[in-house]
Unconditional design. Structure first.
Lengths: 434, 116
């Protein structure tokens, strides 16, 4: 099996195909810190791409509530357990061994899904290129069921809003968070590796992973091999379908959004009311390294500041979806989910400096993809007190800075200015103030 | 009632049906420690970063469809939660931004004339 380099795990790994890379790569940053789980993204995707017969249980975009939630149910816990079984106590990171470019999070010493399938084949699962499993119909059928009611029976107490009982789960201390997920359009996709028909490919122009419907025969090996379970079987066509990255919008063909033909964000990104999403196209070198481009907001957040981290990088597919870890969640859980970069990311995000704060304003600021940002600096407008990861407080300075976003053609599409903060004085404080 | 009906299985609504150990829809979980006070502080700061004031945050907490924050309201109670949100916002302030988007000038968008 050929070897490829995976910068997210800081080492080479086995992969069934030779290393080749697209010119640009579809990528995104989600911020679960502010996701309210409204599912607007889910419905934007559903109403655009998966509203037909046979697609009823298909949600290319879903938002699940962690720790209990998953679509399909338990997808991540199941695969983590399989990897642990394949390599008991060996799924560990060496976070001391870091290099900014080649191994920013250190080195993962355990087995990826490709290593595991290669080293420890499971006869009971048949031939596998990537360790995986096929979820049952029941696990696909009910996204979000019970996962939000883990803390009790509040729905029942509402009387008329009896949603049908609660989960029989321990009452944990409400630390859960909402995790929005789409296909990560991985650099080394598990679905692509698993397909016995070579029906799955990455587009050379933007790295979007697509299924050739003419070649697909519905063996569902991709469903088994995608660790994120984002390849889905459609019984009416007997083929697999998956997120297509809204490629007509990436190509700038939606003239109402991008009249000059500049690439636009996908439907799920554009619909986000919570402004948790930022999407981009990153320039990729022939050897797979990201072209240094610190004025690209995604490059800035992911590679330069390292506040956005890949989801389960240890699976080894080099996913191109990145997340700003939610700050209140127990650290061990976050490290398992996002790797050892969590501490640094949370530290940076908790008290952003003026440049980072300005770039964070670009989330969902415009429907066109921002390829470059500039910051026009303004005077200091205030100080606020923010909470650091250890619970201590720190003073953050605010500046009247303006961040400008430019599309692929160099046209300015948006400018966002940070204004003077406002303070609301509660009635029970400052009783003698005017 | 006929004999035939007396042998029929009583109908039980799925919501109230007993969950069996091999039920694929049953979830298994264990409690993971967390700090509701820290979660509240960080969530309020987060929403303050996108320009939400106390009333908007409270509205979110009151809505049972937004479970993360609604869970906090149930944990603290509305009175204490309101007071806590006020105190947090008094420290961290509400960050305001102004956004100016370039309006696309599409040639395809034309005014449809009123029908007579």
């Amino acid at each position: 099996m050929p070897t490829v380099y995976n910068w997210q795990i800081g080492r080479e790994m086995s992969y069934p195909h030779e290393e080749r890379h697209p010119q640009t790569q579809f990528a995104f940053v989600f911020n679960p810190n502010r996701c309210i789980g409204c599912q607007t993204c889910t419905m934007a995707c559903k109403s655009t791409w998966t509203f037909s017969k046979g697609q009823e249980l298909m949600w290319w975009n879903n938002v699940e509530t962690k720790p209990y939630g998953g679509y399909p149910q338990h997808w991540d816990a199941k695969l983590l357990a399989m990897l642990e079984e394949a390599n008991p106590s060996g799924q560990v990171w060496d976070a001391r061994n870091k290099e900014t470019e080649k191994k920013p999070y250190g080195v993962f010493d355990g087995l990826t899904i490709f290593d595991a399938a290669n080293q420890k084949p499971r006869p009971d699962f048949g031939a596998q290129q990537a360790l995986g499993y096929l979820p049952t119909d029941d696990q696909w059928r009910a996204p979000n069921i019970h996962e939000d009611t883990a803390t009790g029976d509040q729905f029942k107490t509402k009387g008329k809003d009896d949603y049908g009982g609660e989960a029989q789960l321990p009452e944990h201390k409400v630390w859960f968070f909402h995790l929005a997920r789409i296909c990560n359009h991985c650099t080394y996709p598990g679905c692509l590796a698993s397909c016995p028909r070579n029906a799955i490919y990455k587009r050379p122009e933007d790295g979007v992973v697509l299924v050739d419907q003419g070649r697909c025969r519905g063996y569902r090996k991709c469903v088994e091999g995608c660790p994120y379970k984002k390849a889905m079987y459609r019984p009416t066509t007997r083929t697999t379908e998956k997120c297509i990255g809204c490629f007509p919008r990436l190509e700038g063909k939606d003239k109402t959004v991008s009249p000059t033909g500049a690439p636009a964000e996908t439907r799920c990104m554009a619909a986000c009311v919570g402004k948790i999403r930022l999407q981009g196209l990153l320039s990729i070198e022939e050897d797979g390294t990201w072209t240094e481009d610190p004025q690209n907001p995604l490059y800035y957040l992911i590679r330069q500041r390292q506040i956005a981290l890949p989801l389960y990088p240890q699976f080894g597919t080099e996913p191109n979806g990145f997340y700003i870890p939610p700050r209140w969640v127990p650290r061990s859980y976050l490290v398992q989910m996002f790797g050892p970069g969590v501490d640094h990311a949370i530290e940076q995000y908790s008290c952003p400096d003026r440049e980072l704060l300005a770039v964070l304003q670009l989330f969902r600021a415009n429907q066109q993809i921002v390829f470059r940002f500039e910051i026009e600096e303004g005077p200091k407008v205030g100080e606020i007190e923010v909470t650091m990861p250890d619970g201590s407080s720190k003073t953050q300075e605010l500046f009247n800075d303006t961040v400008l976003g430019f599309n692929k053609l160099g046209e300015e599409v948006v400018r966002v200015t940070v204004e003077e903060p406002t303070f609301e004085r509660p009635a029970d404080m400052h009783v003698n103030s005017i | 009632m006929s004999d035939e009906n007396s042998h029929a299985t009583a109908k039980v609504h799925p919501a109230t049906r007993e969950i069996l150990p091999d039920d694929p829809m049953q979830m298994h979980g264990f409690e993971v420690p967390g700090d509701p006070n820290l979660m509240l502080r960080l969530l309020v700061e987060e929403y303050a970063r996108i320009g939400w004031g106390a009333e908007e945050i409270l509205q979110l907490a009151r809505d049972p469809n937004y479970q993360a924050f609604h869970g906090l309201l149930q944990f603290f109670g509305e009175e204490k939660l309101t007071s806590q949100i006020g105190q947090i916002l008094a420290r961290c302030g509400v960050i305001r931004v102004t956004t100016k988007e370039t309006v696309p000038t599409s040639e395809r968008l034309v005014q449809i004339e009123m029908l007579e």
